[in-house]
Design a protein around this ligand. Sequence first.
Ligand code: PLP
Length: 289
Amino acid sequence: MSRVAYVNGRYVPHREAAVHVEDRGYQFADGVYEVVCLQHGEVIDEDPHLDRLEPSLNELRIAMPMNRRAYKHITRELARRNGVKDGIVYTQITRGVARRDHVFPAAGTPPSIVMTSRRIKPQDPKLFDTGVSVMSTPDIRWTRCDIKSVSLLPNILAKQAARESGAYEAWFVDKDGNVTEGGSTNAWIVTKDGELVTRQLSNSILGGITRRSLVKLAADAQIKVVERPFSLEEARGAREAFLTSTTSFVTPITKIDGKPVGTGKPGAVAARLRELYYGYMGSPEPGAA
Ligand code: PLP
């Protein structure tokens, strides 16, 4: 089955899918994106993702090119045409095509929308036995990290540096020494006193949809989540650490900057939350018989 993309109203072969060189996404990173996960053909947390996409567009004064119903239909149709039952649908919406000029193009310039879909492999169960490592790096991003902008240079550079140092993810640290979030994930710890902590929502982090669901799942399971900043120092001395995202789900962290977190093994709280999250998605845990 050959891949298909959706570009401005048309399903086109993936290898030919393109926007104009003067698309403002290409010229200025003037746009936003979303990523939803599909499990067994079901779109996970679809409305919460749209509840994030719309304000991101509003903040940038870009119009949503279609209503929710049409968007949901295309999401499913694209997954179907690509044979994706377990995978992702990626959406990018930009301010459209116009002669290069920083200021907004003429009113009525249509936004561009591009959507792609692909399968993703189930998470390697080994990750749950070994955990992953993170590398800290100064948070050099702008002050509107709550907008899911396609402008991701600091994230790209941080994640590349992490990769080159053998780490799975980069953790951004603000000027006060507090962890904001990962390059493409939210950050969590379980403190020495057993407090489950993740940074509170603000302009300093992206409000992760996985984070959002996990806060609810934890509350339902009588696990208290404290939403507050935590320092890199506190994380280094924590009992557990883990990260969350649409494609990483709940992944334990066992090393920060090369030093073990807690016992150096994935922790029980992360394992419990992962179980709750897989249950929520209606998926068996990877590696489960
Ligand atoms: N933080 C950043 C900077 C991200 O890019 C992402 C996902 O792309 C997340 C957090 C996690 O968000 P979600 O759980 O919605 O995937």
